[in-house]
Each structure stands twice: as C-alpha cells, then as structure tokens.
Design a protein around this ligand. Sequence first.
Ligand code: G3D
Ligand code: MG
Length: 331
Amino acid sequence: MKTDEKMEKLPDETLLKPILINYMNEIDGVLAVAICDRNGFIISSEFKQQAADESVIGVISAILDSYIDRIKSEFGSFGNFFNITITGDKKFAFASMGPHSILTTVADPSTSDVELKVYSEHVASKIELVLKGNEDVSPQIPEIIKALSKTRGGQLSKLEGEFSNKLILTGDYAVGKTSLIRRFVENKFEKDYISTIGVQISKKIVNISEQTKMNFIIWDIGGQVKQMAPYRKKFYTGTNAAFIVVDRTRPDNLKSVDFWFNDIKKQIPKDISIVIVGNKSDLVDEIVISEDDIRTIAKEFGFHYILTSAKTGVGVNDAFLYVAYRVIEIL
Ligand code: G3D
Ligand code: MG
C-alpha cells in the first residue's frame, strides 16, 4: 500500500475531512477512519486523539491489501458491500457504496455492528458523491441515520434472510418521485411499465449483508392516481413502506403531507414505515421549506424525514436503505 502517494491526488480532501471527522466523533468506539480507492490506495484518513498512532494506518493497509483481491473477485468494480472483521483487539468495518472508494473504520471491538453498518454506508455514499465531483455534500449526519443505528440491539445477525418490500412513492405532481426512483435503481435496473393503471413498477435487489437480501418493489404513482379511485386500491394493497415526497422549492407543498398521510391511512390499516422525503435540496437559492419545517411536521406525524436531491443523489440511498431496515424489523 502506497500511503505516501496520498497527498498528490487529493483535490477533494478539504471536502472529505469534515465528513470523516464528523463520522468518527459520532460513534464512541471508532478509533480511526480511512478512505481508499478500489486498489487500496489511501485517499484520506483521520484518527481519534487516543489512537493517534501511525501503526493503525499500517494495520489498515495490511488488512486491505489482503482484502482487496477478495473484494475484486466477489464484487467486481461496481458492487456495493459491507463487511466486518475482527483482527487482534480491533474491529474493522469496510463499506463501499460505489466504484470509487472503500471506507474503512477501525473501532473498539465492543462497538455495535449495526451502528457501524448504518453510519458507514451513509458516510460511504457521501464520499462517493464527493469523489464524483459534488461540492455541496454536508458532513452532518441526518437524524434518520442516528435513529436507525440504535435498532436491533446492535446485532446484525438478526437480519438474515431474503425480504421483499413494496414501497410506494406518494406526493404531488412533479415533486421528484420518478427522479428519486431512477436515481436509486440506476445500475441494476429492471422495470415493467403498466401504462393501463398509470403506475410504474421498478425492482431492485439490494444486498443488505452477506446473508440478507432486500427485494425492493417500488411503485411510482402517476399524476392521475389522485383522481383514479379504482386504481388507488391496487396501488396501496400490500404496501410495507411509503415515501411522502415534498418539493422544498414549492411554498405550499408541506401542506400536502397531510393529504397523502390521510390517503395512506385510509387505504392501509396496518402501521407501515413512512418517511417524509424533502426533495430538490440542491436548489439552494429556491428552497422555501427549511429542514426545521420538515422536522416539525415529521415529529407531529411521528415519522422520520430525510433531505434529498434526486439530481445530485444526496440522501437518496439513505432514504431507501432506511425503509429496508425498518421493513425487516416490522416483518
Ligand atoms: P414526479 O415523478 O413526482 O412527478 P419527476 O416528478 O421526477 O418527474 O420530476 C419533476 C421535475 O423535477 C423534473 O424536471 C425533474 O428533473 C425535477 N427534479 C426532480 N428531482 C429533482 C431534484 O432533486 N433537484 C432538481 N433540481 N430537480 C429535480 P423537468 O424539468 O424535467 O420537469
Ligand atoms: Mg413521475
């Protein structure tokens, strides 16, 4: 591993560092974090004070070197993955959410696996966005991630199995429902278009862990579904989770949360996982619905929210992964 090469090719390090530092400080047991490319070259790293020991980077390098070949053969250059290994008296978590990088986290062995997984997938998604050239990636960890990381008593083993999740996207016309789905299903992509009912169904299988698959069946409501009563039932039947998508640049759009929530409740008697998705967050100058506004209404209704941009990809993986985890818990 050539750690000495890291400074030369690092135009993005000023954007990466705050993300790493924020992440490291969020979980007590984390001692060090490093971003490598898919060949194992270290792009950026950070250490907690008590672990400010250059030997840690040596250990990361050594472990990654032996791990990289396995990653390449198992996942190719594109597959996302997450893995935890215990070596000596340290826990190592590896997460990759795209072709550019692998996030390695070195933690105390007592650190919760779920916490490591949920946070490092989130952070690895952000790093990919930065490496793709996005400059407006916030280092803040959204509350949705914090809430998720506390679930399951820290045990990933409880997640084993193959799961199916019918997720519906609700929200007014042109808030970005179709764009969010496109962004999420991007690489592995199968879709059926059922034009007769004005609804588009997309599928995507996500490997939650080596033992766990989530089969997303995503229903995209057409603009006319609001009026087409006979089709609404079909749209809602068997749903496990819903997004209520809001366009943050439209002054009155937050009011529609009430409409869509009531609509969901009328059609689906059981409790399902609902997330308010505050979309078009990239349009900074046009935003009229603040995070505070969304947080307040989410609290009122008792569900979580996330800020996204289908355009840049910010928050999109988080939104979908959140419902994946929640649905596994509910099932
Ligand atoms: P809908 O499926 O909810 O009706 P669409 O919405 O996904 O069709 O999106 C409506 C418009 O908003 C589209 O623009 C789309 O490109 C845009 N859009 C969706 N999400 C975002 C986002 O996060 N940021 C920005 N800047 N634009 C977004 P057009 O111009 O094609 O109508
Ligand atoms: Mg649409």
